[in-house]
Write a protein that binds this ligand. Structure first.
Ligand SMILES: [Zn+2]
Length: 575
């Protein structure tokens, strides 16, 4: 695809440099005038082909115009230039989340997360936070609280559980429903109970309990089917939303996800499968200047809709490089945890099954034809070794003479038969993996696969890289936190509770950084604009408080993002 703006900018830079040399100008003035942004005094890992490290960088009009020593970059600083003093911090190309779900992440952030709350007070604080971000009347739902995990008991309890009084004071104008970690109970506030018609005289429903205090008043705790009395109302409030209200809510969800990403140093997001409505919404947000990071999106919709809409839908670098329709997503199997991953041989811990084929092969093949026809990528979720083999077979059958030129992707590529491993490099198929899934799943992978299969086929990123395959990285958020640091840490240590999961498969630090930057850009045909810090490329930069390329392993996880820069503008700074 043409990269006119990039190419012409590069030309301008080169011509300006030539002009400077010809006129014998000294190094005092930068060609074309000062930069908008200069970073200096740090370690800047460029992730260019030579993995160069420089001290300073200048950007103008959203692109990098110079890299070098502090002295070399000095002449780019003018009166209007914003200068960021790195003070030894590490600057890297902005992280590219290689596989996650933007609206899913946003929606999960709009629900109140309570699993990590250590006291009832903390639960109340989080609800207060949500109230501050809501309109009166809007539902606030949360999940995951567990009274046994709290370091101190609430001031007032009934049967060991909190009562609603403080919750109702915290949220007087919003109905609130907070589901217990077990999923078998929830606590509601006064407004939610009032809307549901629950008071002292309401009888317990069949199969449920409205917990009451000594005076017979409901405490807010609703067990089993009693929870449905309130939950039903919440569902109904959503059913009655207009299309416009739903769209507004989705827009708020996207904004929340974007804020979360920027705070964690993610400047580009590869969305692993949304519908056309979401795509249209993102396009509208890009038009409004309201899409705060770059999105490369896969469509996950039936073939007949693709056939109808693809001819007019395709966009590349839309809205100032904010939105690209990258390809089509399918899932050929399920997940390993639920015995849904499609295996060549039965599960070790459930020998009567070898998992599930969730989308049939002819359907995926039809999508493959559409992808070729419209010059977009095909990206197939494959977890089990059978799923990976079948996917590679489909790719091989469809891609013809020059398969690598299409850069089709296997999403997850978690468990591979050793015979299939070299096929990624041979076919030029990208392995779109998630470092943090390895350590999250490690405790039960050998149970499902047996130790031999786990050793020879689970999360084989070292072997894939050695074979010449391109491996990307990510989190599958909201499945995992979108923070790249835990995934980076997992990629280079595979450490789980002090023991490494098949440590021979770790990446080097440099490889892990590349998997999260240049490789991800390559996997989206975006490496001319992103993925490394080079003259002419977009000025998307993440500044970290420590050097994740050299600190000891145990210091990686505490890494904090100091600044996130997008288009040469600082869009996030830690206070
Ligand atoms: Zn996913």
């Amino acid at each position: 695809m043409p990269r006119i703006s990039h190419a012409s900018l590069l030309l301008i830079v080169l011509l300006s440099l030539a002009a400077v040399m010809l006129t014998g100008c000294s190094g005092d003035v930068a060609p074309g005038g000062p930069a908008d942004l200069v970073l200096r005094g740090g370690k800047i890992a460029t992730v260019d082909p030579e993995s160069r490290i420089v001290e300073a960088l200048a950007a103008r009009e959203g692109r990098i115009v110079a890299l070098g020593s502090n002295a070399e970059i000095e002449r780019w600083i003018g009166p209007e230039t914003r200068t960021v003093e790195l003070d030894g911090a590490l600057a890297i190309p902005g992280f590219i989340e290689g596989h996650a779900h933007l609206t899913g992440l946003g929606q999960s952030l709009m629900n109140v997360e309570l699993g990590s709350a250590e006291t009832w007070e903390e639960v109340l604080e989080r609800v207060a936070d949500a109230v501050a971000k809501s309109e009166p009347g809007q539902w606030i739902v949360g999940r995951g609280w567990h009274q046994e995990k709290w370091s101190e008991a609430p001031a007032r309890t009934v049967e060991g559980n909190p009562v609603h009084d403080r919750l109702s004071e915290t949220a007087p104008d919003n109905p609130v429903l907070l589901t217990h970690a077990s999923g078998h109970a929830a606590i509601a506030n006064a407004l939610a109970m009032e809307l549901a018609g629950i008071d002292g005289s309401t009888p317990d429903p069949d199969g449920g309990t409205i917990v009451r205090d000594a005076g017979g008043d409901p405490t807010g705790l609703l067990r089993e089917t009693a929870e449905d009395l309130v939950h039903r109302l919440y569902d109904r409030s959503r059913d009655s939303m207009t299309a416009e209200q739903k769209r507004d809510e989705m827009r708020r969800a996207v904004r929340r996800a974007v804020d979360d990403c920027l705070a964690k140093g993610v400047t580009s997001f590869q969305d692993a499968g949304s519908d056309f409505e979401t795509f249209e919404l993102l396009r509208e947000m890009a038009d409004d200047g309201d899409l705060g990071l770059r999105v490369w999106m896969l469509l996950r919709v039936p073939n007949d809709i693709l056939r109808e809409k693809l001819p007019t839908a395709k966009v590349v670098d839309y809205g100032g490089h904010r939105l690209t329709l990258g390809g089509i997503k399918h899932s050929i199997d399920g997940a390993l945890g639920s015995h849904g991953a499609w295996l060549l041989e039965p599960y070790t811990d459930m020998p009567d099954t070898a998992g599930l084929n969730t989308v049939d092969i002819p359907t995926i093949e039809e999508s493959a034809g559409l992808a070729l026809e419209h010059d977009i990528q095909l990206c197939v979720h494959a977890i089990g070794d059978r799923a990976n083999r079948e996917t590679l077979d489909i790719f091989e059958r469809t891609l013809g003479d020059d398969p690598a030129s299409k850069r089709w992707r296997v999403e997850h590529a978690q468990h591979l038969h050793p015979d299939d491993l070299p096929r990624f490099a041979e076919l030029g198929v990208v392995a779109s993996m998630q470092g943090v899934h390895c350590t999250s799943d490690a405790p039960w992978v050998p149970k499902r696969l047996g130790s031999e299969r786990a050793a020879s086929g689970a999360y084989m990123w070292r072997s894939l890289i050695d074979s010449g395959a391109v491996v990307t990285n990510g989190t599958d958020a909201p499945v995992e936190n979108v923070d790249p640091i835990p995934s980076f840490y997992a990629s280079v240590t595979r450490n789980i509770g002090g023991r490494a999961f098949y440590p021979e498969q770790v990446m080097t630090r440099e490889e892990a950084l590349r998997s999260y930057t240049w490789n991800a850009a390559y996997a989206a045909f975006e490496e001319d604009d992103k993925g490394s810090l080079e003259v002419g490329k977009l000025a998307d930069i993440t500044v970290l408080d420590r050097d994740i390329l050299t600190v000891p392993d145990d210091r990686i996880l505490g890494t904090r993002v100091l600044h996130t820069i997008l288009d040469g503008e600082v869009v996030f700074s830690r206070e």
